[in-house]
Ligand binder design. Structure first.
Ligand code: NAI
Length: 286
């Protein structure tokens, strides 16, 4: 039987989540996605109106199918966690069952189980502020949306994952090297995500027989990256300094994710896989 994947963090066709969905679909997986509640309407209407049709084309010429789109806000674990002003917010009130626990329950109800879980989301309200100027609120919000969200997804989805399954998140080298401009506690959030990848690989490996890895991706002009404000500079920097002097495509990250999720990677867990044209290996630029 084909594999079933749930990809959290798809709201357009520009980001890594979309590219991972495509690579998994090309490899024969059934695709479910979790879309941030405030972005849901526009994503679904663009999808319906055919705006993504061109980028839905798979290598065999067919169009990627998304079996179901679930509204998701990975900052909230259960309905009890949702503050009143969010509950009644116009963009949230139109959807229901979008906390992590409820989404996992809905997927279980609809499909029984999944094989692959992808976390392709991050948010840091103060990302454009240096860490030295970041508020406690901004720092904790970055960790909540970008790191704990993965712990929570795994907590709630691991019990419905088939043994031999795999989970993947996306990280960035700012966790371990200084990348000026990646602020607001986002560098801290990625460091937490990478450390958690090891601990979760142990715990989820022992308890559920699933693998946990993260991809440290090079720069991509996604919606989230454009919001940070230095993405073009990072892309130019990489083209100039990386061992492979080409622009990184989202598809290359998608394909690496498909590999990690496949039986070809059955002994790989707890790792950070660099998919960045080799930039991480450089000491100085030449
Ligand atoms: P993206 O904008 O395509 O993806 C981020 C997604 O997170 C969006 O769909 C957004 O709606 C969603 N999101 C934000 N807060 C959420 C929440 N509370 N609940 C549910 N969804 C939420 O951008 P991108 O860049 O593809 O990001 C995907 C992952 O890749 C992130 O973890 C990012 O840090 C990572 N990454 C990106 C790099 C880049 O240069 N674009 C480089 C290395 C890692």
């Amino acid at each position: 039987r084909g594999k079933r994947a749930f990809i959290a963090g798809v709201a357009d066709d520009h980001g890594y989540g979309w590219a991972i969905a495509k690579s998994l679909a090309a490899a024969g997986a059934e695709i479910l996605v979790g879309t941030w509640v405030p972005a849901l309407n526009i994503f679904e209407s663009n999808f319906r109106r055919g705006k993504f049709d061109e980028s839905r084309v798979l290598p065999d010429g067919s169009l990627m199918k998304i079996t179901k789109v679930y509204p998701l806000d990975a900052v909230y674990d259960t309905p009890e966690d949702v503050p009143e002003d969010v509950k009644t917010n116009k963009r949230y009130a139109g959807s229901s069952k979008w906390t992590v626990k409820e989404v996992a329950e809905s997927v279980k109800e609809d499909f029984g189980s999944i094989d692959i879980l992808v976390h392709s989301l991050a948010n840091g309200p103060e990302v454009s502020k240096p860490l030295l100027e970041t508020s406690r609120y901004g720092y904790l919000a970055a960790i909540s949306a970008s790191s704990y969200s993965y712990v929570s997804l795994l907590q709630h989805f691991a019990p419905i994952m088939n043994r031999g399954g795999a989970t993947i998140s996306l990280t960035y080298i700012a966790s371990e090297r200084i990348i000026p401009g990646y602020g607001g506690g986002m560098s801290s959030a990625k460091a937490a995500l990478e450390s958690d990848t090891q601990v979760l690989a142990f715990e989820a490996g022992r308890k559920h027989g699933i693998r946990v890895n993260t991809i440290s991706a090079g720069p991509l002009r996604s919606r989230a990256a454009k919001a940070i404000g230095f993405i073009d500079m990072m892309i130019d920097y990489s083209s100039e300094n990386a061992p492979l002097q080409k622009e990184l495509s989202a598809e290359e990250v998608g394909n690496a994710a498909a590999f990690l999720a496949s039986p070809l990677a059955s002994a790989i867990t707890g790792t950070v896989l660099y998919v960045d044209n080799g930039l991480n290996a450089m000491g100085v630029g030449v």
